[in-house]
Design a protein around this ligand. Structure first.
Ligand SMILES: Nc1ncnc2c1ncn2[C@@H]1O[C@H](COP(=O)(O)OP(=O)(O)OP(=O)(O)O)[C@@H](O)[C@H]1O
Ligand SMILES: CC(=O)N[C@H]1[C@@H]2OC[C@@H](O2)[C@@H](O)[C@@H]1O[C@H](C)C(=O)O
Length: 364
């Protein structure tokens, strides 16, 4: 990559909730954000979603994985081709399985193929190197959260919370000028966020989500279920730590005896309680929690978070960011970091023994 100045990078993310592909342009030198560009979204069709979902938990070579990967590649090629003036693409792919201390981490989608189709260098397979070096391979957005806090001119420690299928929390001290330095970051997955709630809505009501958190807001939380949920060994692990979408298989069955509304309220409370438990690990207190990801549209979840954390919980729009695109933007910024040989994770974000870079670079 020429020079060290900012370039237009296009990031793309297909998250665990499997709604679709987010893509966003960022002008960045990998350290700082100069400007945000346009973004785009391409939903998966129900048929595509079913094929990809059936490959969850599977590894390269397993039945159904090649079909899922092809759909992921096609959807990305479609949405990424809408942009012009792009110098590099950061392609996350679709996580199908994540077992960092076992079989590794598996993001479906071939970046080399996309580079050919788009005619632009593509950085991809961001997580494998970190896992091979002994890290969790996730979360990777924290280096970008650090850049966001500085872009917004924040000075005091702050937390970014992503509420996707899984939740992840990043504590940032914007006063430390590089994300890999000790004291800059602490990050980890908090627990299940929207995934069990979506599964409940699908099973009970045939709906994709609890829109606005309306069903949860009409129910009563079963605190016994929340207390039992918090005894899961994950909550006793020290960060950094990461999760697979299906790591809490007993959560949905734990609300099977409840009405639809009470079950939704209880799963929402569990997601919030997991975040509040996670925040106990923060090295220094924060005054505000800035939320990105689809869960910020769930008023019941936002209220539960604020109540259980005793903090101001606001969407990232409060500091001028786009909460639907933060992860896509993160992989844009990480792509530039990879191109320039900068680290993308550190002991405080993934538990890797030393700051490392990841990602494969494929050129057309
Ligand atoms: N209006 C809304 N009301 C309630 N929930 C919503 C709303 N919009 C989105 N969501 C929730 O947010 C989810 C999508 O969030 P997001 O796109 O951030 O997840 P993801 O990026 O796929 O997941 P991850 O970050 O775990 O990879 C939906 O599946 C739904 O549960
Ligand atoms: C293995 C994997 O894909 N993890 C995702 C998932 O979705 C949310 C959470 O679990 C986080 O760990 C990560 O994504 C974000 C973008 C990250 O790496 O920061």
């Amino acid at each position: 990559m020429r020079g060290s100045g900012p370039i237009w990078a296009l990031g793309a993310m297909s998250g665990t909730s499997l709604d679709g592909v987010d893509a966003a342009l960022v002008l960045t030198d990998g350290h700082g954000i100069s400007e945000f560009g346009p973004d785009a979204y391409r939903a998966y069709t129900e048929e595509e979603r079913a094929v990809i979902r059936s490959a969850f938990g599977r590894w390269p070579g397993d039945a159904g994985v090649a079909e899922a990967a092809e759909l992921v590649e096609t959807a990305h090629a479609e949405v990424l081709a809408r942009f012009s003036g792009v110098e590099v693409v950061g392609f996350h792919g679709q996580t199908l399985a994540h077992d960092p201390r076992g079989r590794g981490t598996h993001q479906a989608g071939n970046g080399a193929l996309l580079a050919e189709v788009l005619g632009i260098p593509v950085v991809w397979d961001f997580r494998s190197n970190d896992v091979q070096m002994g890290g969790q391979g996730a979360p990777l957005a924290p280096f970008f959260h650090h850049a966001c806090a500085r872009f917004a001119g924040l000075e005091a420690p702050v937390a970014f919370l992503n509420l996707g299928g899984v939740g992840n929390l990043t504590w940032v001290d914007p006063g430390v000028d590089r994300p890999e330095l000790p004291g800059a970051l602490m990050a980890f997955d908090t627990g299940p966020a929207n995934a069990p709630l979506n599964d409940l809505m699908l099973a009970r009501r045939g709906l994709a989500q609890d829109a606005g958190g309306q069903l949860a807001a009409s129910g009563t939380v079963d605190e016994g279920v929340v207390t039992a949920f918090l005894t899961h060994p994950y909550f006793f692990k020290m960060p950094p730590k990461s999760l697979d979408r299906n790591d809490f298989p007993n959560l949905l069955p734990a609300v099977s005896h409840l009405s639809d509304a009470d079950a939704a309220a209880t799963l929402t409370a569990c997601a919030a309680a997991a975040v509040a438990r996670g925040a106990e690990h923060f090295p220094k207190p924060v005054a505000r929690v800035l939320v990105c990801g689809g869960g910020r549209h769930n008023a019941a979840m936002m209220a539960a978070l604020s109540a259980r954390m005793g903090l101001s919980v606001e969407p990232v729009e409060a500091i001028g960011l786009n909460g639907d695109m933060l992860e896509a933007q993160a992989f844009a910024c990480l792509a530039v970091r990879v191109m320039r040989g900068l680290p993308t994770s550190a002991p405080a974000t993934t538990g890797v023994p030393a700051a490392v870079g990841g990602g494969r670079i494929s050129r057309p």
